[in-house]
Design a protein around this ligand. Sequence first.
Ligand code: ADP
Ligand code: MG
Length: 261
Amino acid sequence: MAYIFCIANQKGGVGKTTATVNLAAGLAKIGQRVLLIDLDPQGNATMGSGVDKRAMTLSVYDVLLESATIAEAAVIPKRLQEAGVGYTVLGANRDLAGAEVELVGEPRRERRLKQALAPVEADYDFILIDCPPSLSILTLNGLCAAQGVIVPMQCEYFALEGLADLTNTIRQVHANLNRDLRRIGLLRVMFDARITLQQQVSEQLKAHYGSKVFDTIIPRNVRLAEAPSYGLPGVAFDPAAKGSQAFVEFAGELLRRGLSA
Ligand code: ADP
Ligand code: MG
């Protein structure tokens, strides 16, 4: 069965989407079957995987509203395949913003994604869910479907702010909705070793959270930021870039560790 991970942090701009698309590409590169699910109405992971969010006929919106299955709505972008990092994408666009309202009052509304995944789970080794920057019903759908959460963090002064809210939400989801959710891993991203403060925060994180902090550190690397405008993850756009190599290394770490901390 697939390992299912949410990439979540209620802060925006911390590197969730970059981590999701590059981890998907990194895992594909080492031979894993990957499904990426975009749960953010901004559709950045969709575009960053080479799928035009404006041209999609079916998306994760239709899946949550139960008018399409994942098998019907997901695609394998040709550009990814050509780049040797073929993974499947269940895309999102602005329609998804409406799902929030449309699901109010619906039964089992936080379990829609989990139910939709059941018939396709065996087709994948990893399912990665890119969450929006909020603790909304969309993120809740992600957390209800997942066994683990990957939290991208910048090693800055306020890095730990908000982490308590997130871990609290995860604890509540674990207690009330999803007993399978049992792993939280902190991923240090956009790291600049020349900045003393970042090194200090990085060490504090490790001291505080121990094995919950992944060994791999993702450096700040402009190639990762440039790649989305080409509709590719950095791992495919420039495999030799430091940031791309770090994500392939991270894919290996995740494969090795699975759900164990
Ligand atoms: P989120 O999904 O959390 O909002 P993004 O992944 O979209 O965050 O990242 C926010 C911005 O930071 C984007 O412009 C992205 O290209 C850039 N970025 C993310 N990770 C890196 C990195 N390791 N090095 C350089 N730029 C990065
Ligand atoms: Mg994002």
